[in-house]
Design a binder for this molecule. Sequence first.
Ligand SMILES: Cc1cc2nc3c(=O)[nH]c(=O)nc-3n(C[C@H](O)[C@H](O)[C@H](O)COP(=O)(O)OP(=O)(O)OC[C@H]3O[C@@H](n4cnc5c(N)ncnc54)[C@H](O)[C@@H]3O)c2cc1C
Length: 495
Amino acid sequence: MAPVCGSAPLCEMELQAFAPADNHCYTVRMKHVVVIGGGISGLTAAYRLHKAGARVTLLEASDHFGGVIGSVRHDDCLLETGPDCWASNKPAAMELANELGLGDQIIGTREGVRRSFILHHGALKRLPEGFFLISPMSIKALIKTPILSWPGKFRMALELLKGVRRNEQDESLASFVRRRFGREALDRIAQPMIAGIYTADPEKLSLKATFPAFIEMERKHGSVIKALRRRAKGEGGKSPSGGEVAKAAGPRYGLFVTFKGGMSVLPDALKAGLPAESIRPNTRVNALKRQGNGWQIGLDGETLSADAVVLALPAQGSANLLRETDADLADALAAIEYAGAAVVNFVFERAQVAHAMDGIGAVIPAVEKRRIIAFSFSSVKFEGRAPEGKAVIRVFMGGALNPEVADLSSDEQTRVALEELRELVGVKGEPLFSIAGAHPGAMAQYHVGHLERVAKIRELAAAHASLAIIGNGFDGVGIPDCIRNANEAATKLMA
Ligand SMILES: Cc1cc2nc3c(=O)[nH]c(=O)nc-3n(C[C@H](O)[C@H](O)[C@H](O)COP(=O)(O)OP(=O)(O)OC[C@H]3O[C@@H](n4cnc5c(N)ncnc54)[C@H](O)[C@@H]3O)c2cc1C
């Protein structure tokens, strides 16, 4: 039966839907949702909303979609100016990649080189085997590690006998590690391991918001070492950051995955999944106002109307836009602090690098007083990053403990990173190519009390049913967390 449709012209927000039940066409008004911010959070939300039937407009201030994610090709080399991988144990990113048909392009870290280094009194030492982030999984692993003094090892072993803290109050990661494992374990193991993930000051980092499972291990087993030992023996359970730790030993390099073509494959595919007319680069949002149940979005010389808005920005950016509408919500958002970070990639002839490059990279404890947080031997870590005979090294710098480095110009960051590499891995001569990616104010800092701050934001935001606030400032900084957050926001808005 052919649909019977009226001939009245449809406005751009309307479409006609045929209802077979009564052989009639109805005019359906599509929800217009404006998504502000074209990083992975905004792209995912826009894609989900489009799939759910909304008319979407995605506004991005720069000419680049993907936010901090950026893969650059130079000759035969592939360089990442932002993140270089994600953790596959949190399913949202894997699910999205598979849904977009990218599953066969996902690769893990190269086998055979799944080890990394830590700087210890100026020399790169192998990261201890048998450790799980901040804790040894056995006394044997503790005894064998070359990066702790004997008094430091003894103090760490005393963790087995330490009393349990029953206080429900949030605690900093530094306080927890010092209390259970001692000062040396904090300086030499916990701080550098955590800095590579959160770029944070461990004295301020909330344990409840980042590694709640360590609290549970302490409470349930009386000791983190005991809990990890049990789990390694096969009792299983959740890791401090959400994945399985059963049988895990040392950093689980196999968890970290990327795309053959680089991290930008994901934002590029999301963008390609949106109608071309819904994507607006070089469009900065300057103002946001309530308009009945919907919103007015102020751009340079133009105002848009929307039924709903998704703010997919660093929390400070969302705070600025919401200040006029809801000062309390803006204040709550502004309370989430951010730190800047930078990534400098270098291409060298392999012969220019004296180090054996027999691992995926290194972390640098703050007590070593260097100007970088970590570096990766990218051409070793993942296949397809450089041809035979070339080496790609990616240096990570800035963060809460090195704010002055994040504020340097790109040229200065490149100079500093190169000086560090000369001393740490024996680089000779000038790089064949280098590129710096600066990310000012991009890394959310989950300070003590973070969960309460986020709960307050959620409570205040509930007054605006047509508003979703997402990004890395709330429920996890990793790419899978941002994707999960965006999925949930899109579902809620469409409901
Ligand atoms: C250097 C670095 C390395 C990282 N490494 C990893 C890693 O290896 N693995 C991992 O899982 N995570 C990593 N992360 C964390 C993760 O990449 C980020 O948390 C995540 O990509 C943030 O995405 P987002 O969309 O929320 O924000 P962003 O990527 O910051 O995107 C926000 C977007 O909003 C735009 N914008 C801002 N203001 C406006 C405005 N007024 N109007 C319109 N648009 C605006 C910006 O231009 C930007 O494109 C890393 C982060 C950094 C900075």
